[in-house]
Write a protein that binds this ligand. Sequence first.
Ligand SMILES: NC(=O)c1ccc[n+]([C@@H]2O[C@H](COP(=O)([O-])OP(=O)(O)OC[C@H]3O[C@@H](n4cnc5c(N)ncnc54)[C@H](O)[C@@H]3O)[C@@H](O)[C@H]2O)c1
Length: 370
Amino acid sequence: MEKKFRCAVIGMGILGTQHAQRLNKHEGMEIAAVCDMKAEKARSWAEQNSCRWYEDFRDMYQQENLDLVIVATQDPYHKDPVLQACKHKIPYVISEKPLTTCVKDAYEIQDAAEKSGTCIKVLFPNRFYPLDRAVRLMLKSGCLGNPEFGEMRMDDSIDVPRNLWGKDSKNFSAISSPVYFLLSHAVDLLHYYFAPRRIVKVYAKGKKSVVGSEFDYMDSFLTFEDGLVIRLKTEWTKRMEELVENYVQVTGEKGGFAYNKTPGFQAEQGLRIYMEADRKAAEEALARLKKEGIEASLGFSETMQAFRFDMKAEGKNDFDWNSGVCIYADSFREGFEERVPLTDLKDGIRQVEVVEALLKSAKEGRELEV
Ligand SMILES: NC(=O)c1ccc[n+]([C@@H]2O[C@H](COP(=O)([O-])OP(=O)(O)OC[C@H]3O[C@@H](n4cnc5c(N)ncnc54)[C@H](O)[C@@H]3O)[C@@H](O)[C@H]2O)c1
């Protein structure tokens, strides 16, 4: 068996702790050390799990011979641990999303990674969800014709900025916003769905005042290089019991889909795709989904005069969000078969460029090129 990767997690908050637990159970990984500037968080986890702990990641980089670092500090604080990992020539880094909250920092990381040869990936687990893979597959195979327009909303309950981080919630929401916390996911997912198309223009409107982050809400239009237009909206102030509401709908020349990815208000979770085609083409599309391990039912809608694929996010289509970190970690090992394109440094930087342009557009009140 290959030697285990010596891993360290920086930022032992909600996500860092989950990542450390997962990697600790992974047969190819071992958690050598954990780090948090609030020493108690690192110490208590380390003591329970028999690893070393640090308050300062620089000390850890000097003293531990690490293969892989996972950075799970708050949104604006990914840069320094990632940059220093490059400077210490640590071979692999997984950064929580977003890579950085400004483009300048992302480019600095890119320069350092080029010099050191460090391979950096940005953790976006949405890419592995079977129904998101189904969307990408159907779009990629041209089943729906050219995608023309659509909308996505990714909202959090107001409970997130108010309570998710306990007494630290106010601090977290002051240094982040739904733009960094949620739109980063959405932008990455849209690039994933519609690859190789890229977002080239953005037009955004934003507002604060409910929680008081720089923006509590943002609505925007994203234009891709082939003219595809997606309206993308986020807030983290929604009054709903559910933590997240995520909905996507896209219209193409020869079909379209509606996807209640994370439904709110007791709506049903699921993906429905309509495809105007002959039976043979529809059955071929069904076989492609099946080959990818995605379970769908196929019927014909008289009203739409189109074949209809229904998919539920359960059974074979279920996904365990927390396993994402293991898939990313595995991707650095020899022989890894990349069944889903992961977010590499280039994709991570593109996401930061789009989000920065959205923020600028909302401030300046005009459409901007990315
Ligand atoms: N909470 C979620 O639902 C969620 C989901 C997906 C992704 N994420 C992303 O994961 C990241 C972490 O989020 P979280 O909710 O776990 O935050 P958190 O506030 O619970 O944890 C962050 C930890 O990082 C530590 N930290 C900050 N700067 C540090 C430094 N320089 N050195 C060492 N430790 C440092 C803090 O003390 C804190 O314990 C964020 O980028 C977030 O966007 C969060």
